[in-house]
Ligand binder design. Structure first.
Ligand SMILES: Nc1nc2c(ncn2[C@@H]2O[C@H](COP(=O)(O)OP(=O)(O)OP(=O)(O)O)[C@@H](O)[C@H]2O)c(=O)[nH]1
Ligand SMILES: [Mg+2]
Length: 311
């Protein structure tokens, strides 16, 4: 049991890792508490971090890459929150902190906060706590990194919570590429071919990805997905990746697409939630309100919607 004392946003911003851990525990346990909802909406409005999603099949090198990214971001003085969504938890019944992430983060560094969480059926695979955790970490850190594993559904999920989606592909594996070609997967903002020290398979993989991306039409003013090759194990090409991540963030701000995308995401999240709990008919009943709830206070809006639909 965690104490029900709900931290304020100010306390969260100054309280370091201990306060964040406590806040996440409280949010998880007392999700429908009005004070929790108020905290989440306050954090929502205080959004400051760039939310980066990192996804790719098992073993592609995500954890190794995250370690390399953390080194660079910390070197730049940025604080980073990491959320690792663990797909194996369905069997084991719960994710242990860092049990799959294997991050080499210095535990004494108060500017790196890592939280691993179980993927449940909620939100189509993303952990039910992922969105609230992201919102809290986004109000406190400079960068929030969300790692998900898999091919297909989880890419779509992470695209729904991240500003920038990085998709990792492994030399010699054609699977993920098939999803892209078939249009099952949304085009990520940055494509990365990992283990680029594995020549020539890595070069071939990059050429394949470039070929697959060439199939989709790019319109004037749209973001052109770069395809990078890097070796996280050799710390080679990571600077180029962080530069592209920053470039995408600037593009989102410059074009206004960042704010529009966040609004679409909120709408989608509320819609998924209503549909999951109340079905298509519930969704039809909630449609008008849903549109009004997408801005401002989505957590309070969600609670109001649920209360009304349960009547
Ligand atoms: N040659 C080479 N091997 C790498 C590189 N990066 C990671 N690996 C190896 O690939 C394997 C998987 O790396 P991880 O970073 O654990 O991959 P992951 O995507 O986090 O894996 P899961 O968490 O199981 O999904 C390990 O044996 C790494 O040592 C790289 O740049 N080059
Ligand atoms: Mg991993």
């Amino acid at each position: 049991m965690v104490t029900r004392e709900i931290p304020s946003l100010a306390a969260l911003c100054t309280g370091g890792k201990a306060e964040m851990a406590r806040a996440l525990a409280v949010v998880e346990q007392y999700r429908e508490d009005p004070a929790v909802i108020a905290l989440l909406d306050a954090a929502w409005q205080a959004a400051r971090a760039h939310v980066v999603g990192l996804t790719g099949p098992p073993g592609v090198g995500k954890s190794t890459l995250i370690n390399a990214l953390l080194k660079i971001w910390r070197g730049q003085g940025r604080s980073v929150g990491v959320i690792a969504v663990d797909p194996t938890s369905r069997r084991s019944g719960g994710a242990l902190l860092g049990d799959r992430t294997r991050l080499a983060a210095d535990p004494g560094d108060d500017k790196i906060f890592v939280r691993s969480m179980a993927a449940r059926d909620r939100l189509g695979g993303l952990a039910a706590l992922t969105l609230p955790a992201m919102v809290l970490m986004r109000a406190v850190n400079d960068v929030v990194l969300i790692e998900t594993v898999g091919v297909g559904q989880s890419e779509t999920d992470v695209a729904n919570v991240a500003d920038t989606v990085i998709f990792c592909i492994q030399p010699g594996s054609g699977d993920s590429l098939q999803f892209m070609k078939a249009g099952i997967m949304e085009t990520p903002h940055i494509m990365v071919v990992t283990k680029f020290d594995m020549q020539p398979a890595a070069r071939r993989a990059r050429a394949d990805v470039e070929g697959a991306l060439g199939l989709s039409e790019v319109r004037e003013g749209e973001w052109l997905t770069p395809v990078l090759g890097l070796s996280a194990a050799r710390n080679d090409g990571i600077d180029e990746l962080t530069a592209e991540v920053d470039r995408h963030w600037e593009w989102l701000a410059r074009t206004g697409e960042g704010a529009r995308a966040r609004e679409r995401q909120t709408h989608q999240w509320l819609e998924d939630m209503v549909c999951e709990q109340f079905g298509r008919r519930g969704l039809a009943r909630a449609r008008v309100e849903l549109d009004a709830q997408t801005v401002g206070c989505p957590f309070a809006g969600r609670a109001r919607l649920i209360a009304r639909l349960e009547k």
